[in-house]
Ligand binder design. Structure first.
Ligand SMILES: [Zn+2]
Length: 359
């Protein structure tokens, strides 16, 4: 009897630890795809409950604004446990179409967020298919057209990251994968379609756009042409070749925000010691490497415009195992900010941008 009570208490404790019910299986393939569009109002109730439950524990909840996943290699239960343990309210997750799936049937869209939301609706915010090699780079205009069609039909609240200018990621460099050195101009037909859609629909979208002096003007022209388009420029202050980016400073970003109120930035970058091997430079230039805190001018900029900066992990299909580290870096970022700004950057700015309301 005593042993039974002990087991009951133990089981209760395990349940008490998870903030939302754990998914019933760890594999997405165990779940069906939802046949209806996302009901954002109902989902918001679930998401708010998670935010409140994490706040009640005395922890600042994090919403990850920008990550993507490999639908065939994703462990739902592992993620759920880590998220609950570390106070992550939600991940805005965008599926990746790998090379194999693309070459097999030229897919330009992946429906897995519909499955994900059936499996664990509390922990994820559906984001559209990631704009990456090969589907996006081979057929960028068709890719955007398909994205617009599906996002509209299924009521997505957010469009995943489109890689306009993307150097090799550290992992690709290591693996000698040169195909993701992407260069699709921001004012290409695909770019215009995307900005115009965001302007019309009010839906935000994410861009990966390496920081280079010569790329600033074309982006500004697009922001001027589509002033209501909501653009999240991912990876604030991530500079991989300093000689190409002489103009980019906190003052320049401040000026951009003042002139383009619908421009946002995510805070997905490496820790202070992260080295970009192809150039041998510390690419997360936001850090003061001696103090381990954000440089004062960057922290001040975030303090002055907190609703323009979003916490993000930048998990990818090739680094899904890095969730713990990504959470750690995001929490480190918050430490350089005032308590009020921490909350805004952690989750309130996302809520305001994506749902157009305060939380
Ligand atoms: Zn990116």
């Amino acid at each position: 009897m005593k042993i039974f009570s002990f087991i009951m208490v133990f089981v209760f404790c395990l349940h008490a630890e998870s903030i939302s019910p754990l998914p019933s299986s760890n594999s997405l393939s165990s779940f069906e795809k939802s046949s209806t569009a996302f009901d954002i109002q109902t989902l918001k109730t679930l998401w708010k409950a998670r935010i409140n439950a994490i706040l009640a524990q005395g922890v600042i909840p994090l919403i990850d604004a920008e990550s993507s996943f490999n639908p065939s290699k994703f462990d739902l239960q592992d993620y759920a446990k880590i998220m609950d343990d570390k106070g992550v309210a939600m991940i805005a997750f965008s599926p990746q179409i790998g090379e194999k799936a693309y070459s097999k049937d030229s897919k330009l869209w992946h429906d897995s967020p519909s499955v994900l939301m059936n499996a664990d609706a509390s922990r994820y915010i559906p984001a559209s298919t990631a704009g990456i090699y090969p589907a996006w780079t081979n057929e960028s205009t068709a890719f955007v057209n398909e994205t617009i069609k599906q996002v509209t039909k299924q009521n997505y609240p957010l469009l995943g990251e489109f890689e306009f200018k993307h150097y090799l990621s550290p992992r690709q460099y290591k693996n000698n994968e040169t195909n993701r050195d992407t260069n699709i101009t921001i004012d290409s037909q695909a770019g215009h379609l995307l900005f115009a859609f965001s302007q019309k629909s009010g839906l935000p979208f994410q861009i990966h756009y390496e920081i280079e002096d010569s790329l600033l003007k074309p982006l500004e022209n697009m922001l001027d042409t589509y002033p209501k388009a909501k653009v999240i420029w991912c990876h604030l202050a991530q500079i991989r070749y300093h000689e190409k980016a002489q103009q980019y400073t906190p003052a320049l970003v401040r000026d951009l925000i003042q002139r383009h109120p619908n421009l946002y930035f995510d805070l997905a970058f490496g820790d202070k010691d992260s080295l970009y091997k192809p150039s041998n430079e510390f690419h997360s230039t936001i850090w003061d490497r001696s103090s381990g805190k954000l440089k004062k001018e960057w922290a001040q900029l975030i303090e002055d415009y907190p609703y323009h900066f979003l916490t993000a992990f930048d998990i990818g299909g090739d680094r899904q195992d890095e969730l713990n580290e990504k959470i750690e870096v995001s929490r480190e970022v918050l430490k350089s900010l005032t308590p009020q700004t921490q909350k805004i950057v952690a989750y309130k700015a996302f809520w305001k941008l994506v749902f157009n309301e305060d939380i």
